[in-house]
Ligand binder design. Structure first.
Ligand code: PLP
Length: 372
């Protein structure tokens, strides 16, 4: 009998433990220390990002974005319907009215062609999410931003080391957020990054990050005290988290390369199956192989494969539900494509240590079900 194939598994390169041990030895665990600064420097160099701040999570980075944009009751914020709750919650927490955008038929990403129809005088921001690290068409989004004077936030939780044309995801909108949750390509267990691409937000982002104080000026020796100057919260992680993350970041290129190799292998092995669609990657997108998914024609077909995979000890998951149909949502729009993705998408096991033999085993099960 075959052994189990998990859905995800964190790969440890080894250097993470060394860095974490070093922090423990230093007795200086608090956060915003040397490893946090190293992570910031990594993104400034690798991403040419204007300003960035390590956070406890992508959720926290999105919450910072909503504070920075001064979102208030009455403001409308457009968010993807097929997406994660954090994207919606960050703005709901500030009292925004959420307006849900539908996906495309051939991609879970929001349909930029539909955005203009849902923009109103009250629209303050559009949040895009690059599903599976596959870029949304940002030229269209940024043109709408200019035309209607709307802020753009990129939820690039899936998007580390993925690009729109030559720009890293998260560096194109006014603000962007990455996730280092254990389900993502690079991880520190929990963790995230806020990218501040609009220089107007830099100073205030430091204040919000420092619990609403001007401590960053105090740290630079510019003043004798630090004071409460704005709202803020406990947004940055401990040095233990930053040290672990830095160890992963040093291996980013090899992580992305390996994942692309696995993704291409899946994709080549599953080509031309009847009634099962594979991910589509537009020419402007260079993805990072965050997710490998299949799209079925209906829920029943998906269920058939789910059962077959379970019987073969293979873990696979569907995930996002159409947020506009959630119990907590006050609108219940008919968003046909988002509902379709909710019912028909299945993610196959995907992680750094997945072997080509394991993919062969998974592909065999898929092909058997597809033939029936
Ligand atoms: C994982 C994820 C988040 C949340 O990330 P955390 O770091 O766990 O807060 C937000 N948005 C999307 C699209 C995600 O996939």
């Amino acid at each position: 009998m075959h052994s189990e194939i998990p859905f995800n598994r964190t790969h440890l390169f080894g250097i993470e433990s060394q860095f974490v041990q070093e922090v423990i030895g230093s007795g200086n665990l608090g956060g915003n220390g040397d490893y946090t600064k190293k992570c910031h420097q990594f993104f400034r160099d690798y991403y040419r990002v204007e300003h960035c701040l390590l956070t406890n999570s992508c959720t926290a980075a999105l919450e910072m974005a909503a504070i920075l944009l001064d979102i208030k009751a009455g403001d409308e914020v457009i968010v993807p319907a097929y997406g994660y709750v954090s994207t919606a919650n960050a703005f709901a927490l500030r009292g925004a009215k959420l307006v849900f955008a539908d996906s495309m038929e051939h991609s879970p990403n929001l349909d930029v062609g539909l955005l203009e129809d849902i923009i109103t005088q009250a629209t303050k921001a559009i949040v895009v999410m690059h599903y599976g690290g596959v870029a949304v068409d940002m030229d269209v989004v940024m043109a709408l931003s200019k035309k209607h004077n709307i802020f753009i936030v990129e939820d690039a939780a899936h998007g580390i080391d993925a690009y729109y044309k030559d720009k890293p995801l998260g560096t194109i909108g006014h603000l962007g957020a990455l996730s280092f949750h254990s389900s993502k390509n690079i991880t520190s267990g929990h963790g995230g990054l806020l990218m501040v691409n609009d220089p107007d937000f830099v100073d205030r982002s430091n204040v919000i990050w420092q619990k609403g104080t001007d401590k960053s000026k105090f740290d630079l020796g510019h003043q004798e005290y630090y004071q409460w100057v704005d709202i803020g919260s406990s947004f940055f992680p401990s040095e233990l988290t930053a040290a672990y993350l830095y160890g992963q970041l040093l291996n980013l290129e090899s992580i992305t390369n390996k994942r692309i190799e696995l993704w291409d292998y899946y994709n080549d092995s599953l080509k031309q199956l009847n009634k099962i669609n594979l991910p589509s990657i537009p020419n402007f997108a260079r993805h990072n192989a965050h997710i490998f998914y299949l799209k079925f024609e209906n829920k029943e077909d998906r269920y058939e494969l789910e059962v077959a995979l379970i019987n073969n000890k293979i873990s696979a998951f569907s995930h996002y539900l159409n947020l506009s149909n959630s119990p907590f949502s006050d609108v219940h729009d008919v968003l046909a494509s988002a509902s379709d993705w909710e019912k028909c998408l299945l993610r196959l096991p995907f992680f750094y240590e997945l072997s080509l033999d394991q993919i062969d085993r998974i592909v065999d099960v898929v092909k058997t079900v597809a033939k029936e």
